[in-house]
Design a protein around this ligand. Structure first.
Ligand code: F0G
Length: 467
């Protein structure tokens, strides 16, 4: 396969609103449509892109791993993300992630043996799937000559942007986090990687609103998933899932939903692959909210919001958020990464749900932590937000929406070492003595605790415990 990437003039930015549909060059730094304020998409003139005739052709690149673009689990699919000249691509070896069949977790979800797969995106360099997208945003930042970049974050986005800034040394980084709302390990990464870190007295939704204003006023490059170049990189998770399944689409892809960038990217990837004739059918996608941060669930499943060919009924969304403000409802879940009430990619996600005949569900923190304990005991582990995918798959099985014979891939978005407080609290809790942090989040029962055993510092006593 040719390693020459398509010329960048095959790519352009387009407004996703059907009523607007304005287009812009990729040399422009935009986060929303200047005409109507709508979300932007990257579009390609695919007939001018040297896309391979079969996805299998990408496998040849495994043998050429001295080329950083072939080593990258994102850019080895570069003909499917063709917006960047090769010499501008910023890569740190992201996307070396794996798909694992897990019968143990499959039993928990109640699947037939061999049908439940876990995709470990926490194996990325900064510990989450965000690196798949940040390589795209960093590349575009370099293409437009940005000197400073910024993001709001519940933790993983900031760590990811900071690692790209520290390794590439191309731009300064400012990250905005909610005070007390960021996992300590993630804060430590941002600080260690040298990012200027602004702790706002508020939550993620507040930090997101502020960073958008600041980027406009200070010409900083915005790296949240509202940025369409980030989502282009995040399409690669779908490519890797398909590759691991021998290029046969699964029946379901289940993904946690927070700001809704990942689910949006997955839908776009699948639509493009189908239109390019590279897959013959599109898997269904389930997006799982935490019940303490369930805007998507409420809007889609309870209020009937749909993509409607790009003519979204804004009045449903507006009414929902007015009511949310009136009742002063803030997002609240132990799954810190998805503690988001105002997802910026909401409309993109509606399109993805339309493409994939998708479903949205909500799961409680107790369901999330039980699923997380099963994932840890059955494999590489994940952070709480990621376990929402397995908890959601279990719920969909109980409802009969997913059949035991379906092939299901749950996306584990972040590394097990995030939010260790919740993990230790879970495993240390017992009936009648649930850790306070968990109890405050409505977790009254832990089903799979692996309690640490206290021991006196005496050999005999330790042996007694072991025997
Ligand atoms: N899982 C993890 C581990 C995350 O960090 C996030 C988002 C999500 C799921 C939700 O993904 O936004 O694409 O729907 N974390 C953000 C952050 C918001 O700041 O790191 P999404």
């Amino acid at each position: 396969m040719s390693t020459t990437i398509a010329a960048t003039d095959v790519a352009f930015q387009s407004c996703m609103s059907a009523a607007c549909g304005a287009t812009f060059g990729i040399d422009e730094t935009l986060t929303t449509c200047p005409n109507c304020g709508g979300l932007l998409d990257l579009s390609y003139e695919w007939d001018r892109v040297p896309v391979p005739s079969s996805l299998r052709e990408f496998e040849a690149r495994w043998s050429n791993r001295s080329n950083p673009l072939d080593f990258s689990g994102v850019w080895r699919f570069r003909e499917l993300i063709p917006f960047a000249p090769e010499d501008k691509i910023v890569t740190i070896g992201e996307g070396q992630t794996i798909l694992q069949k897990s019968d143990r977790v499959g039993r928990f979800v109640n699947m037939d043996a061999g049908n439940l797969h876990l995709q470990y995106e926490g194996l990325n360099p900064s510990g989450s799937f965000k690196d798949n997208g940040m390589t795209g945003a960093s590349t575009h930042a370099r293409m437009v000559g940005a000197k400073a970049a910024a993001c709001a974050s519940t933790g993983n986005t900031s760590a990811s942007l900071a690692i790209y800034a520290s390794t590439a040394q191309l731009f300064e980084v400012v990250v905005f986090v909610g005070s007390g709302k960021i996992a300590f390990g993630k804060l430590s990464q941002a600080l260690d990687f040298g990012a200027k870190t602004i702790q706002i007295q508020g939550d993620f939704d507040d930090a997101m609103a502020q960073v958008r204003e600041v980027c406009g006023k200070r010409s900083m490059y915005l790296c949240n998933s509202v940025n369409p170049f980030r989502l282009e990189g995040q399409k690669s998770t779908v490519y890797r899932v398909l590759e691991s399944l021998n290029w046969e689409p699964p029946d379901w892809i289940v993904v946690p939903g927070g700001n809704l960038g990942n689910s949006s990217a997955f839908g776009k990837a699948l639509k493009e692959l189908k239109e390019l004739g590279l897959i013959d059918r599109i898997p269904r996608m389930a997006v799982i909210n935490a019940s303490g941060a369930n805007s998507l669930y409420q809007l889609v499943e309870e209020r009937g919001l749909t993509w409607n060919d790009g003519n979204i009924d804004d009045s449903i969304i507006d009414t929902f958020f007015v009511e949310m403000d009136q009742s002063k409802r803030r997002a609240s879940t132990l799954a810190t990464a998805i503690e988001i009430n105002r997802p910026v990619s909401l409309k993109r996600c509606l399109r993805a749900l339309d493409i994939t005949d998708g479903a949205v569900r909500q799961v409680s923190d107790a369901q999330i932590l039980d699923a997380k304990a099963q994932i840890g005991a059955g494999g590489f582990g994940c952070e709480p937000a990621s376990a929402a995918s397995v908890a959601g798959a279990k719920l969909l099985r109980e409802e009969g929406v997913i059949a035991p014979s379906d092939r299901v891939v749950c996306i584990l978005t972040g590394h097990q070492l995030k939010d260790p407080n919740a993990t230790v609290a879970y495993h240390s809790s017992e009936a009648g003595a649930i850790d306070e942090k968990l109890a405050n989040a409505g977790v009254n029962q832990v089903s799979f605790a692996n309690r640490p055993v206290p021991a006196e510092n005496e050999l005999e006593k330790i042996l007694e415990i072991l025997d």
